[in-house]
Design a protein around this ligand. Structure first.
Ligand SMILES: Cc1cc2nc3c(=O)[nH]c(=O)nc-3n(C[C@H](O)[C@H](O)[C@H](O)COP(=O)(O)OP(=O)(O)OC[C@H]3O[C@@H](n4cnc5c(N)ncnc54)[C@H](O)[C@@H]3O)c2cc1C
Length: 421
């Protein structure tokens, strides 16, 4: 949608006459926009392009690739476009931007109106089956007809939430046109464990903990809120780390998960804090202490945390994993047991990963290999006049509006450059 609107604007500015056609396999446009952000659409993130690149795209090569697109069509450009269509927006304290109405479909509707004003011909329920490149023309075949075009922009999205129409058609089309495809995998997905967490923990959140996944001597880690679910884990830390976890599982068959409840302290620093506390509160039961113990406290203290306390429901499991007696006091906690408690607090075992379901990811990783696409124009380096944009490309952003922004930005750049000589 963004590419088609930008193409029309470029055509008008350059006095180029052309027909712009959008082929959409669904009976409506922007299906994923309409379900995004829990139906509220976290449409972008507030900040400069440099800030969005830094916070939203954790891998250096993706940041490098998206740089030009995010500067070319920034979050302010997107908001200006939406505001011009009467879609007012609000910035949440964490920087996420949503339509003020709380209605995701208002964003899709604004783009649909812009498309109509741009005289873009839209064919609904029109699934592209094949794209061929013959001489300098493209033949685009759907179930009922074949279109001819000078330029093609492939914007078919990723491969998650397949019921939304994103089944990876664009990837097989790109492969047949000679492009390399990085194998797709889950990103921003929940993580399921072999043994589901105990029912008493389902719904419990570990605020600002660090989620660690280890396999084959490698480990990956992400700080953020972590949510126990009835099948495993969700919440920002799990969603953000899911791509790395999926890759670990792919490489090593599985991965083991831990939670670090004291990410600010090294084991030695935490030991020192526990020891100091034990000296002062010898008669206190360790269990009682854990019930009021802050989670993820600041570095030099056990008494303050902006993130609340360790959830009470977790305390019996800490005691059990550390092999402590239920009524042990600090004065009765010998060095060996203190070490065992320390280990559990720094590496609370969460279980082996069973699955990181690709279809349940907000986005998918993998896709058209970035090295074969010119980041300044989004044009294929393999076939001239073939362009790519959005999630069909091999990048995956973080939660926070970065993925929609990247799709709109790469779309805008592709559309703008598609009509340049
Ligand atoms: C549940 C959920 C919530 C999300 N929430 C957010 C959020 O709040 N903020 C955010 O930034 N991102 C969010 N995302 C991610 C975001 O929606 C996507 O990254 C973004 O929509 C990608 O845009 P795209 O244009 O590349 O692909 P899509 O939006 O997936 O669009 C691709 C289009 O191509 C069509 N298509 C596919 N194959 C064919 C074919 N063969 N012929 C014709 N048409 C075809 C599809 O029907 C679809 O309409 C969410 C995703 C999900 C699944």
């Amino acid at each position: 949608m963004s590419a088609a609107i930008a193409a029309r604007r470029t055509a008008e500015l350059s006095g180029i006459e052309c027909t712009i056609i959008l082929l959409e396999r669904n009976p409506q446009l922007g299906t994923k926009i309409s379900i995004s952000g829990g139906g509220k659409c976290n449409v972008t993130h507030q900040g400069s392009p440099a800030e969005l690149l830094e916070q939203g795209f954790l891998r250096t090569h993706e940041r490098r690739f998206l740089r030009n697109a995010l500067y070319g069509f920034s979050s302010s450009d997107l908001l200006e476009l939406l505001h011009s269509r009467g879609v007012e927006t609000e910035v949440r304290p964490d920087g996420k931007v949503f339509p003020l109405s709380g209605d995701a479909s208002s964003v899709a509707k604004a783009f649909e109106e812009l498309l109509k004003e741009s005289s873009v011909q839209i064919f609904f329920s029109c699934r592209v089956r094949r794209v061929e490149h013959k001489d300098t023309l493209f033949l685009i075949t759907t179930a009922s007809e074949t279109f001819t075009a000078d330029v093609v922009i492939l914007a078919t999205g990723g491969v998650s939430y397949t019921k939304m129409g994103t089944t990876g058609d664009g990837l097989s089309i790109a492969r047949k046109l000679g492009h390399s495809i990085k194998e797709t995998s889950a990103a921003l997905a929940p993580v399921f464990t072999v043994k589901a967490p105990p029912a008493s923990l389902s719904g419990v959140a570990l605020r600002s903990a660090s989620l660690v996944a280890s396999a084959g001597g490698k480990s990956v880690e992400r700080r953020g809120d972590l949510l126990f679910t009835h099948r495993g884990f969700s919440g920002p830390a799990a969603l953000s780390l899911s791509r790395d976890i999926a890759e670990l599982c792919h490489g090593f068959g599985s991965a083991f998960l831990f939670a670090d409840l004291f990410p600010e302290q090294s084991p030695a620093e935490l030991d020192e804090l526990l020891l100091r506390h034990a000296r002062r509160h010898g008669a206190q039961m360790v269990r009682k202490f854990l019930q009021i113990c802050p989670i993820a406290p600041l570095k030099d203290t056990l008494s303050q945390s902006p993130h609340g306390t360790i959830p009470t429901a977790l305390v019996p499991f800490i005691i059990r994993h550390a092999l402590l007696e239920i009524d042990v006091t600090w004065s009765g906690l010998y060095k060996e047991k203190r070490q065992s408690l320390l280990t559990v607090l720094k590496r609370f075992p969460l279980g082996s990963v069973r699955d990181v379901p690709l279809d349940q990811g907000e986005v998918s990783a993998g896709g058209v290999v970035l090295g074969e696409v010119n980041p300044k124009t989004m044009e294929s380096r393999v076939i001239p006049k073939l362009f790519f944009c959005g999630e069909v490309l091999d990048y995956a952003g973080e939660i926070g509006g970065y993925n929609l922004q990247a799709a709109f930005s790469t779309g805008w750049i592709a559309g703008t450059n598609s009509l340049k000589k």
